[in-house]
Design a protein around this ligand. Structure first.
Ligand code: GLU
Length: 281
């Protein structure tokens, strides 16, 4: 276990919309945990997905976080020893990890379309999961079956070991266990549009930025299990994990960037103060 002195936590928002109260609460927990352990908090701009992120949200994100009372000692706005802190500037690191996975035989090229996968999916995927369980159509393809430059675009997928249980201790929720092939399948690490997938970029960065504890929403529990497989395959030490309950609106629906009324921006415009918002936390 890392000593209290070198605790390193991170806030890793994606600039795809205005931050809302749910983000603020998860981040506040991250901040408190870093503070109580005398640690360092870093801000990372998870802007890898150029199709979804908008530049205007990067500035807004930093402004809203400052307004709410967050401070960080390393980040895209202030630099630091383990930068760059914007994912769009880190592609070379993701590419190196992809090469390592390919050389190690952990990944394979997959030419299936989203439609093929949806049609062939073995089991209905859980509503909270972002990626349907891959039916395994391209599993036996080896990297050498793809000619360079590729004539067709493809995803690189990580091959899981069916029935392997991935267990970990969550600092908030206690023991967790997920079964590969059942809770999630072979997952994409590099997308057909030449963008590293979330699972890969986040592992590469959390390791490179020496994060000792990842604080995130509990909707990402299964992603954490997938990421543990990547840490292992890449020979990297995994951080600890603390998954927070998700914030819901009055009707029990999970807050999302479309809940405009609960965006930090709107709340601030309406004269709400951060102190008031944090009263019950
Ligand atoms: N940028 C990711 C998000 O906003 C980070 C999630 C995480 O890995 O904690 O969903």
């Amino acid at each position: 276990m890392a000593s209290a002195k070198n605790y390193r936590g991170r806030l890793a928002p994606s600039p795809t919309g205005y931050l809302h109260l749910g983000h603020a609460r998860t981040f506040w927990i991250a901040r408190q945990r870093a503070r109580t352990q005398g640690g360092t908090l870093i801000l990372r701009n998870d802007d890898i997905d150029a199709q979804r992120f908008k530049l205007e949200f990067v500035g807004a994100m930093i402004e809203d976080l400052h307004w709410f009372g967050f401070k960080w000692s390393e980040g895209p706005d202030c630099g630091g020893p383990l930068g760059p802190y914007s994912q769009s500037d880190r592609t070379r690191f993701y590419r190196a990890a992809l090469d390592q996975l390919r050389t190690g035989g952990f990944i394979y090229p997959c030419t299936c379309s989203r439609k093929d996968i949806a049609a062939a999916a073995r089991a209905p995927h859980a509503a909270d999961d972002d990626e349907p369980i891959y039916p395994g159509t391209c599993r036996s393809k080896s990297p050498s079956t793809i000619h360079s430059p590729p004539s067709t675009r493809f995803n690189w997928r990580f091959r899981v070991t069916d029935s392997e249980t991935i267990s970990f201790h969550d600092e908030n929720l206690g023991p967790q266990a997920f079964v590969a092939g059942k809770d999630f399948g072979d997952f994409v690490v590099w997308r057909h549009d030449d963008v590293p997938a979330y699972q890969l970029s986040v592992v590469v960065d959390d390791a490179a930025m020496q994060i000792t504890e990842v604080v995130r929403g509990e909707d990402l529990l299964k992603s954490t299990a997938r990421q543990l497989l990547l840490y292992r395959a890449l020979g990297l030490a995994a951080p600890r994990f603390f998954h927070c309950p998700l914030m819901t609106d009055k009707t029990g629906v999970r807050l999302a960037k479309r809940h405009d009324a609960l965006s930090l921006r709107k709340l601030r415009e309406n004269g709400v103060t951060p102190d008031n918002l944090r009263r019950d936390w």
